[in-house]
Design a protein around this ligand. Sequence first.
Ligand code: ATP
Length: 515
Amino acid sequence: MKNKDDKFKKVISHAKEYGYIFQSSEIYEGLSAVYDYGQNGAELKKNIRDYWWKAMVQMHENIVGIDAAIFMHPTTWKASGHVDAFNDPLIDNKDSKKRYRADVLIEDFAEKLNLKAKKEITKAAKRFGDAFNEEEFITTNPRVIRYLSKRDEVLKRMGESLENEDLSDVKALIEELEIACPVSGSKNWTDVKQFNLMFGTKLGATAESAMDLFLRPETAQGIFVNFANVQKTGRMKIPFGIAQTGKAFRNEIVARQFIFRMREFEQMEMQFFVRPGDELKWYEYWKEKRLNWHLSLGINKENYRFHDHEKMAHYANAAADIEFNFPFGFKELEGIHSRTDFDLKAHEEYSGKKLQFFDHELNKSYVPYVIETSIGLDRMFLAIFSSALQNETLEDGSERVVLKLPAVLAPTKATVLPLVKKDGLPEIAREIINDLKYDFNVSYDEKDAIGRRYRRQDAVGTPFCITVDHQTKEDDTVTIRYRDTMAQERIAIKDLRNIIYKEVSVGDWLKKINN
Ligand code: ATP
């Protein structure tokens, strides 16, 4: 646990020190669970957003993107179910006065059982060596069976109680499992209550005429209310998708995990409209596609896992999360939901407008079913950033801190360094920058010894350092140093663009999704 905490603290301080993420309004002591992206953070975030947008919109003939407003007619949220059902079950500890999400307390308990089972499996694997049969061990070892069946039983009961709105049973479950407050250690809990997560605001100047609005808690509804507009003007045929990225707002109860759970955050969502009855086929398709998108970025696949939902949202008939191994353990990064025809039907009912598709092949109209892929941009940022941050011990025993961001996402692709601040070397460096800046984000650094400058770029995540030295003046060559391997090569200035392009071209990275 200590190690995990340390790693997480390092991620947070590194993000601040290198201009990636700052606490919002820091000079006024900050605002809880709200963050600002600094000069490098804004670039990384934009690159992740672009990578998603290209994979979704540019790569699919039948997916288009929109940009709907944050403010929406208030009836939207009545129809979507958010006014009545966008609640979290909360519980307070009477001694520490801390507030928790009751479902999260129970899920954490279940995860502990999972870890216990895993420990047994790892121990046995070591003991039996090559002869170890994991599947057989899981189904026959009494301890593992006990842990895993308890885990399943706990999650099932929680799922059912939440589904039935039986909050007193959720509390009873917390008490039966003897879950204690992590702060006070006490089991002195209040009842479980529902808490609506939407932020309210007002539109209009005078108190009498003002209209109560909500800041959107998800971007999806902006897509649903535009279904007919896009379908007609784009002459879209089922199956087709509408994608959107943008801000969403939730008054989260427990918001203590840096940019993992924020009150203002950004989502990247795609709603894919299909024929009724085809939805589970497309659900499987998008689960695979989305996982491949993550894997294309080259992060070890052990860091991802699917988690099928026990407790389904009010609109879904199948739902899974892609979970990522964050510094504090596996948690939801992206959701893939089969939302049925719930949203479009509800908007038809509340608006009185038809939201249907005439299917020429079937010769009939219907309300399409929907598969949604929904990922938090900030969570994706945290996944990428935290897995990229590494501490290496080098051959000479020294340490280096390196941010091994996928080159396609790195804020700055290359930095150009004159070996010394004289003899015309800075001028040549500037010329190289002037040539490369039309294609890539490049920077210049002339301060400190070259070794220190390399380390600075390693820490900020720049994939290439290009050093101009005295030989450059003679033969138009420079040294290129690769961040991840620290290898150095002498190359001609005229080859720089191609070498960089090969490593950072979005197209080449995206091609991996279909491999
Ligand atoms: P959680 O269970 O963690 O609260 P959720 O199931 O409510 O998440 P969804 O409503 O499915 O999340 O939202 C889709 C995605 O939006 C999530 O997978 C996550 O990446 C992101 N997201 C949701 N809430 C937040 C938040 N408060 N801060 C940052 N990202 C968020």
